[in-house]
Design a protein around this ligand. Structure first.
Ligand code: AMP
Ligand code: TRP
Length: 334
């Protein structure tokens, strides 16, 4: 049997946090050994909101350093940045003519990001999910490891693929499947468990970064919002205690210990004693990664070569798809 193709993307905006790691990057690591894996730093998605060019460039290097420090291996998977493969934009246009405005109007991420002043959002921010569909379909991906927040975009990708296949009367595209980490579908903010942990939250205390020092991690966990009760004694109590639920989820998904086991272990104990253990678990994960990031970040030559190598491989495959489509769509004249 042939290997599954796996594709995912991460935006080079802001700092990569524990939510990105547990929801996305940790899953990438599981795939790189057995699947045909492609991981993309989506710099063209980033410019849907204006980016300072120099900062954008540094952020691409920074995400690549994080990928490598977490253990992604350019010998096992393709690592590249989106703008290096122009076929992403080409397919995005083709698919824009397949996607329906009504479908895009339902996208909740656009509504959240555009806010009240929707008329002033860029057209790119609105069309963003079509570019995401292009990223995925360009490589005929079977599986897309993402956080829960991207599920709706994956459904749209499937709708677009299905309509394109129907319109052109041939199965060009597979319908890709979202792969969501059951242990950490959506890590919430440490300051407000109603919102996801996000790069754009104004409070730095809302998220733990993969570049944080041990002291920063401790301070953020100390400050993490909780309640004044003792630790829960059963999982039924978690529904009314979203902050504690989130902290237990983080503990569980890093340590791979079931939540029920953690609840039994800490039942009736003080929250501070649980937080102390949690700090240890998080620091054990992040300390080696953050040290490695600092090392790799200084090796610009290695970073540049890695991007070049990955882009070359991605371009070859992307070009093949576009040639096939051009011929089917009436765009070839030889
Ligand atoms: P982004 O930072 O938006 O580029 O997200 C990169 C990846 O991380 C995507 O697969 C997201 O779904 C995932 N992700 C972002 N925030 C979270 C979170 N709080 N919990 C779980 N996954 C997340
Ligand atoms: N939209 C994703 C996010 O904001 C990033 C992304 C872009 C992506 N293209 C993708 C994720 C393709 C998976 C597959 O997090």
């Amino acid at each position: 049997m042939s290997k599954d193709t796996v594709f995912s993307g991460v935006q080079p905006t802001g700092d990569i946090h524990l939510g990105n790691y547990l929801g996305a990057i940790k899953q990438f690591l599981n795939f790189q050994d057995d699947a045909d894996s492609i991981f993309c730093i989506v710099d063209q998605h980033a410019i849907t909101v204006f980016q300072d060019p120099e900062e954008l460039k540094q952020n691409v290097y920074s995400v690549l350093s994080i990928f490598l420090a977490c253990g992604l291996d350019p010998k096992k998977c393709i690592l590249f940045n989106q703008s290096a493969v122009r076929e992403h934009s080409v397919l995005s246009w083709y698919l824009s003519c397949t996607a329906r405005v009504g479908w895009l109007n339902r996208m909740t991420q656009f509504k959240d990001k555009a806010g009240k002043n929707r008329d002033n959002a860029s057209l790119g921010l609105y069309a963003y999910p079509v570019l995401m569909a292009a990223d995925i379909l360009l490589y005929h991906a079977d599986k897309v490891p993402v956080g829960d927040d991207q599920k709706q975009h994956l459904e749209l990708t499937r709708d677009i693929a299905h309509k394109f296949n129907t319109d052109y009367k041939k199965t060009f595209f597979k319908l890709p499947e979202p792969i969501i980490n059951k242990a950490a579908p959506r890590i919430m903010s440490l300051r407000d468990a109603n919102n996801k942990m996000s790069k754009s939250d104004i409070s730095k205390y809302s998220r733990i970064l993969l570049t944080d020092s041990n002291d920063e991690i401790s301070a953020k966990i100390n400050k993490a919002k909780s309640d004044s009760l003792a630790m829960p004694t059963s999982s039924d109590q978690l529904a009314n205690r979203p902050e504690i639920n989130n902290l237990i989820t983080i503990y569980s998904s890093i340590s791979n210990v079931e939540k029920d086991k953690i609840i039994t272990l800490f039942a009736n104990k003080e929250i501070s004693s649980f937080k102390n253990e949690l700090k240890e678990v998080v620091i054990n994960l992040i300390e080696p990664i953050s040290k490695e990031i600092k090392k790799i970040m200084n090796d610009k030559k290695y970073l540049q070569e890695t991007l070049k190598h990955g882009s070359l491989k991605a371009r070859e495959r992307a070009n093949k798809t576009i040639l096939e489509l051009n011929s089917a769509m009436g765009f070839n004249f030889d």
